[in-house]
Write a protein that binds this ligand. Structure first.
Ligand code: 5RP
Length: 223
């Protein structure tokens, strides 16, 4: 199976957890895109869903598919959020934010009763960190944070797009760092979040309820 076929398989399995009248959080990325299209079909078939998007790209796609979108502050709690990941390990720890939507994705995850991660099998790792960890920072502080992270040995690289600093939906920058040699991820997360100007990190350490992995022979559901 190709990675994309595995992503779609995981997405189709995940939408089975969506029930009528639920509030659903919609993730961002190529795996989430398959899920959003499947949610669009559920809605077209008559299911009454209210959805909260994790990015402007997701919101646009959802609206095109006729999915009812609301802002987070229009609801109390999200019933289920389905989102992708860049890496996950056996402890359900994730790196997210390859697509730059980590801040809203983390806010959705934190405000969700049941978080489902969908992924192709290449995302499963023994140890997080082959994928660089995205850290969202306020542009005013980007230069100083880059310098600090360099002294910490985290090999920071500012994310660029078309020759310009990358901007998130919240108009922030992203710095990608190397955490492969980091053993204590909780300590790293606390340390990063203490830096003035760091808004959020792509480490999702304790929000995931279920991971569905697309695989030859059928989706694997990890609980
Ligand atoms: C976006 C994300 C995505 O979920 C992550 O990058 C995975 O993307 P894809 O499904 O395209 O592989 O965190 O911020």
């Amino acid at each position: 199976m190709t990675a994309d076929q595995e992503k779609k398989q995981a997405a189709l399995e995940a939408v089975k957890y969506i029930k009528d009248t639920m509030v659903v959080g919609l993730g961002t990325g190529s795996t989430a895109k398959h899920m959003i299209e499947a949610v669009g079909k559920l809605v077209a078939d008559g299911m009454n869903l209210t959805c909260v998007p994790s990015s402007e790209a997701t919101e646009k796609l959802a609206k095109e598919l006729g999915i009812k979108i609301v802002a987070l502050d229009a609801i109390d709690k999200i019933d289920v959020t389905i989102d992708g990941a860049d890496e996950f390990d056996e402890k359900f720890q994730l790196i997210k934010g390859g697509g730059g939507a980590l801040l809203r994705e983390k806010i959705l995850a934190w405000n969700t009763k049941f978080n489902i991660i969908i992924a192709d099998s290449r995302k499963e790792v023994q140890k997080l960190g082959a994928f660089k960890l995205p850290v969202e920072v306020i542009p005013f502080a980007t230069k100083q944070i880059l310098a600090y992270l360099e002294t910490e040995g985290l090999q920071p690289v500012q994310r660029m797009r078309g020759g310009d600093p990358y901007r998130t939906d919240e108009n922030n920058n992203i710095i990608d760092i190397d955490i492969f040699r980091t053993e204590d991820l909780q300590a790293l997360e606390s340390k990063l979040l203490k830096i003035p100007g760091v808004v959020e990190t792509g480490l999702f350490l304790d929000t995931t309820s279920l991971i569905i992995v697309g695989k030859e022979g059928g989706p694997e559901v990890k609980e």
